[in-house]
Design a protein around this ligand. Structure first.
Ligand code: HEM
Length: 570
């Protein structure tokens, strides 16, 4: 009895899917743009269950046609610009039975999609699936749109963009000092990604939430908290390591399932929510005390700004609350997440590049020494020193690291209910896109597009687009203006008013951390007691970088070669 019902339902579903695909293909074909039919839409479920399976299948069967690798996650990392070169176009469609997705490595089009306006005069919104995943603890600046988004941005912008930068600098140096004390006693490490996550977590915790966290290795931090009711560090770690599970079901369901990883992810999400509630109440009590005593805070941090905007504190003069409590917690989460993983992984990537290319490490150390002279780097400040480092080797190393391995490899926008016309670079005819499609801007593909990265007077090969060459960013002799790539071809922080709110925060943090590390130390590959040559370690490192995966941000999927921190001889 059940079998015929099942069969009929399956046939109806397949029929509907084929019909839907046919309709979408009819929209795409007349546009004359290359397209690939892909059977899956990258929903959270497909990303978690289907893509890894496809990846394995493609690897085992050795399939090489683009149609196949477009079915696996993170094809952008492996392909960079190659697929565009293959099809001879900087844009192409992937047509799924549910949606048409336009992959864009054309800078003019990228700019228009990210910074242009739709028929209502608003920025193009992010697709719903992005909001669902990132709104785990409540709506926030990353998930909302239109006037609501402008409101969130107005609240967080000033505290993240300007008033926290001195603390970012100081706390970065403090974290690195503590980290060096640890590295001094340890031979080799392959925990850099975790170690820098701990350091940048300390920075955002202090700058955004006025919480001071001493740097200790993550394992020690977690072990220390084992017997108490748990620390937010432990919850954060488990949550971020298992984040994908939280995208497929609410945490209370995950906690009931018979799989350890899922239960842990659910538990960590609940534990983190508990801490955020506690931080909310703590800050509310502080504001209420300040309201009573009419004390002006020495510095309003992000959490204070968010809680004040909720108007939930007694004595608040807000007529209409700007945020709900859930939005306060949603924003606290997104700033902790976006505010530490991205920068930590960029720093760790840069460290590996510097281990692979020691000649740039020397340049960077010479720059630090020449700017600081004999003065103690721990006495520097954002106000006195950031500008001096913002157009030299440290900046060039950050830009080049983000070009080769952007923390965020794509960003997607929904194109709305009416057809829209978009420009294309290189004098190509503009294209009118049908309603309802998604544009997936290929941050990593754009940063490898040879039309914009081949240097004047050099061939594409000489420009070494896939290689780490930070000097391409340095100012020409005589000025201190860094190289400005073609607009839209380099967008690791996205662009326009919806670009990264923490761009300056990250730049300041990266700079202070590099100064703290390389003023005193040098990094090198661990030779494993003479068993591994430099060349072997370098090739291992490059091979691992080819296999990076987007978990929340782009990061290693396997083990990176060990590195050693050694005291500089000066
Ligand atoms: C190297 C470091 C960083 C990189 C590469 C980076 C990259 C990005 C990118 C590409 C976006 C746009 C996402 C999209 O449109 O889909 C973004 C947005 C955002 N970033 Fe960053 N980010 C970094 C550091 C930070 C830091 C330090 C913070 C906070 C302190 C931060 C907070 C945010 C927030 C809240 C948004 C959402 C903004 C909005 O939608 O209005 N990011 N970031």
């Amino acid at each position: 009895m059940l079998a015929p019902i099942f069969l009929t339902t399956a046939l109806l579903y397949i029929g509907y899917t084929c019909y839907s695909l046919h309709i979408l293909l009819c929209k795409v074909r007349p546009l004359g743009i290359p397209y690939f039919v892909v059977p899956f839409y990258p929903s959270p479920f497909v990303r978690v269950f289907i893509f890894p399976l496809m990846k394995l299948l493609i690897k085992v069967s050795g399939l090489t046609h683009p149609r196949f690798f477009l079915m696996a996650s993170d094809w952008q990392v492996r392909q960079r610009y190659e697929i565009y070169r293959l099809i001879g176009s900087d844009i192409f469609f992937t047509v799924t039975p549910w949606k048409i997705i336009l992959c864009v490595a054309d800078p003019d089009m990228a700019v228009e999609v990210l910074a242009g306006k739709d028929e209502n005069g608003e920025l193009y919104p992010k697709p719903e699936r992005v909001s669902k995943v990132m709104g785990l603890f409540g709506e926030n600046v990353l998930t909302v749109e239109g006037a609501v988004w402008r409101g969130h941005r107005k609240i967080a912008g000033p505290v993240i963009g300007k008033s926290s930068l001195s603390i970012v600098w100081e706390e970065s140096l403090t974290q690195i000092k503590q980290m060096i004390q640890y590295y001094d006693k340890h031979e080799a490490t392959n925990t850099s990604y975790r170690d820098f996550r701990r350091a940048t977590l300390g920075v955002i915790a202090h700058a955004g939430f006025s919480k001071v966290m001493e740097w200790v290795p993550l394992t020690a931090a977690i072990a220390k908290e084992k017997d108490s009711e748990g620390s937010y560090q432990k919850y954060l770690h488990v949550l971020f390591e298992n984040f994908k599970w939280t995208t497929i079901a609410p945490s209370w369901i995950l906690e009931m399932l018979p799989f350890k990883a899922l239960r842990e992810a659910g538990g960590a999400a609940n534990g983190f929510r508990f801490f955020m509630n506690e931080w909310f109440e703590e800050k509310k009590a502080k504001i209420e005390l300040d309201n009573k005593t009419a004390l002006k805070p020495f510095r309003e941090d992000l959490m204070e700004s968010l809680v004040r905007s909720s108007g939930l504190d007694k004595g608040s003069t807000l007529e209409t609350p700007l945020l709900s409590k859930s939005e306060v917690i949603g924003n606290a989460f997104i700033f902790i997440l976006a505010g530490h993983e991205t920068t930590a992984h960029t720093i760790a990537n840069a460290i590996y590049f510097l281990a692979m290319y020691p000649e740039y490490q020397v340049k960077l150390q010479e720059e630090i020494d020449s700017i600081l002279g004999d003065s103690d780097h721990s006495l520097t400040s954002y106000e006195t020193h950031f500008d001096a480092f913002s157009s030299g080797w440290i900046a060039a190393i950050m830009f080049e690291t983000l070009r080769l391995i952007p923390a965020v490899i794509i960003t997607t926008r929904h194109m709305g209910p009416s057809p829209r016309t978009f420009p294309r670079a290189g004098g190509q005819r503009p294209i009118t896109l049908p309603p309802g499609i998604e544009s997936m801007i290929q941050i990593i593909g754009l940063a490898h597009n040879p039309k914009y990265w081949t240097q004047p007077g050099k061939t594409e090969a000489e420009s070494a687009i896939s290689e780490f060459r930070p000097e391409r960013w340095l100012p020409k002799s005589g000025d201190n203006i860094m190289f400005k790539p073609y607009n839209g071809s380099y967008i690791p922080f996205s662009i326009g008013t919806r670009g990264c709110i923490g761009k300056k925060f990250a730049h300041v943090e990266f700079t202070a951390i590099m100064i703290g590390l390389f003023r005193e130390m040098s990094v090198e590959f661990d030779s494993c007691g003479g068993r591994k040559t430099f060349e072997e370690a370098r090739l291992e490192c490059l091979a691992q970088m080819e296999k990076f995966e987007s978990k929340i941000t782009l990061q290693p999927s396997g083990e990176m070669p060990s590195i050693k921190w050694v005291r500089r001889r000066r």
